[in-house]
Design a protein. Structure first.
Length: 58
C-alpha cells in the first residue's frame, strides 16, 4: 500500500479496501495515525504562518 493511499484513507479522502481485515487494534492504530497526521499538519501551518505572515505585519 502506498503512502499517499494510506494518508487518503486516514483523512477519509479515499475508500478503504473492503477485503482488508477489520480488527479493533487496527481501528485504534488508524485513529492514532489520523490524530498525529492532523496535529502535524496544524503544526506546519502554524510554523508557516509564524515565519511568513507575522514578518509582513510588523
Amino acid at each position: 500500500m502506498g503512502i499517499w493511499k494510506q494518508i487518503g484513507e486516514y483523512l477519509y479522502l479515499k475508500k478503504r479496501d473492503p477485503n482488508a481485515p477489520r480488527t479493533q487494534w487496527m481501528k485504534y492504530m488508524h485513529g492514532m495515525n489520523r490524530i498525529s497526521l492532523i496535529i502535524f499538519l496544524l503544526a506546519i501551518i502554524f510554523i508557516l504562518c509564524k515565519k511568513l505572515i507575522l514578518p509582513l505585519i510588523k
